[in-house]
Design a protein around this ligand. Sequence first.
Ligand code: FPP
Length: 246
Amino acid sequence: MAQGSSPYTKGAPRHVAIVMDGNGRWAERRGKLRLSGHNAGMNAMTEIVRHASDSGVEYLTVYAFSTENWKRSEDEVSGIFGLLVKFVELKLRELVDNDVVVSVIGDYSSIPKDAKAALERTIADTSACTGMRFIIALGYGSRADILNAARKLALDVVDSGGDAAARLARLTESDFAAKLSTSGVPDPDLVIRTSGEKRLSNFLLWESAYSEFVFTDVLWPDFTPAEFDRCVAEYNGRERRYGGRG
Ligand code: FPP
């Protein structure tokens, strides 16, 4: 299906953000290693990228690795980044063919060298694409991002000299949003979290102020395009008022 057309009655949400949760439990239930859950999760992610792009979603953000995920065992962490390299090697062509632009939010400076190189190659090779933007949150934590934005704004104010208090008083929400790593990306319309957990876990705290949340018990590796469509249908059934009264 061409980008922009949509199978949904009210149109596709412009930006969908997903907390891909439940890989570990999926593996445990099968008596497998956690990494095989992440591998299945990567396959689910690949399917959802293709499906979201085919359905007319313009931005898809996935929470792939949080700042807190560094606390996991060395084996699990290096396994996840190994999967990232595998994802890029196997799927780069498909991403380009589907006109998907890949970008990253978060601090991924300390990920393994090969994963960093693979990621940078993907960003470069998809930079001329004009279709859906696939944003991978990696080494991402929303509070750190907000703190960083505050630091950048403060530096701007200091650097510009003059009446700092007056400049501070004039700052708007858009000035602040422009310093976040999601600058230029519209706020998510729909945030999905899988595996039955009902938390945001430091994901897009500023950006999701008016997002609709859909929680599903499905574990991430079992999350199919049909389940994605069910979440979108639930979203389409909601009335969005952005704090006003209809
Ligand atoms: C959450 O499940 C998932 C993660 C922390 C990693 C997500 C990774 C992938 C989907 C595959 C790799 C893809 C990239 C782009 C790095 P969990 O382990 O917290 O599950 P649990 O709550 O059941 O233990």
